[in-house]
Write a protein that binds this ligand. Structure first.
Ligand SMILES: [Zn+2]
Length: 305
């Protein structure tokens, strides 16, 4: 809704020509009789702008009722995945925020051993279930199940949202079962009902959603009233993985992607600190990345060569 429409809601139509821009800010020029109404209008505008901000991302909310009182007293967990962020990238490319985070808390400087196969969906789902892929069922990013006579594929919305493909109990389902609210800003499995539960807040995967908007949404969730506020939150970035696949791990493009997600982690930390909530921030990756040896790609493209 346009600003003038809000002002009209107060019963005093103001033409758009009543607005004038001064430098960086916006001020209203108005006759004195309008001042009081306009002050109210500004407040309405401000609050509606805030409401608008709450709907920047297409969040799906599932009403699970208020969070259990006992759970409201507990620490919060924000779990961030940096897809394809190899164990040595932080030092190799000087990711200062991530390195500082590791120094202040616990870290695995030699990396973690991924489950096999070292692919995005099997490993993300292992991270939230504690199960190997042969037990949680997501044995590859795409695979054929001969017993079902059906295929699962990460780009097939009907498959990724079908909970019957996923075994185990992901952390958000475990939280919800115990009366704790959860929210997923992307995570493999988070779009499906698993173990009889869904996150209280989640989104259908859309990697075009702006990186900073994702942080803004997480912060908004953590600013909800206590009984609606999620205690377990996931957040996901694919930048480093994409750069690694496209250009290889030892390239300026990966260095740039690492710096970018490092800045995002720094911003997230700053905004989380400003909430003054007991929050445990966990940053993980699902697998590393290795340079292609032997011209694999050229053989694929040009078999004769
Ligand atoms: Zn991955």
């Amino acid at each position: 809704m346009a600003a003038s429409a809000f002002l009209r809601m107060l019963g005093r139509p103001i033409s758009p020509s009543s607005f004038k821009l001064y430098g960086k800010g916006t001020r209203l020029l108005m006759p004195p009789s309008f001042r009081r109404a306009s002050l109210a209008a500004i407040l309405v505008l401000c609050s509606v702008a805030c409401l608008h901000a709450q709907s920047i991302t297409p969040v799906i909310a599932v009403d699970h009722g208020p969070e259990a009182v006992g759970q409201q007293q507990k620490h919060y967990v924000v779990m961030v995945s940096l897809d394809g962020f190899r164990y040595d990238y932080a030092k190799k490319y000087g990711a200062k925020h991530i390195l500082a985070l590791g120094e202040r808390g616990a870290s695995a400087p030699e990396g973690m051993i991924p489950s096999y196969p070292s692919l995005t969906f099997p490993n993300h789902y292992t991270l939230v279930t504690g199960l190997y892929p042969e037990h949680h069922g997501i044995v590859a990013n795409s695979f054929y199940d001969p017993s079902r006579k059906q295929s699962y594929a990460i780009h097939d919305a009907s498959a990724v949202t079908d909970g019957s493909w996923y075994s185990g109990v992901p952390l958000w389902s475990l939280a919800e079962k115990q009366g704790m609210r959860s929210a997923c800003f992307f995570w493999p499995g988070s779009e499906a009902e698993i173990a009889g539960e869904r996150p209280s807040y989640y989104l259908h995967f859309d990697d075009k959603i702006d990186d900073n908007e994702r942080i803004a949404q997480v912060i908004q969730w953590l600013r909800l009233p206590a009984e609606q506020r999620p205690h377990f939150v996931t957040l996901y970035y694919s930048n480093v993985d994409h750069a690694g696949h496209e250009f290889g791990p030892d390239t300026p493009q990966v260095a740039e992607a690492v710096h970018h997600v490092d800045e995002l982690i720094g911003r997230l930390q700053t905004e989380l600190n400003a909430l003054h909530l007991p929050i445990d921030l966990i940053v993980v990756s699902d697998h590393g990345m290795e340079r292609v040896h032997g011209g694999y790609r050229s053989r694929q493209v040009c078999p004769a060569g």
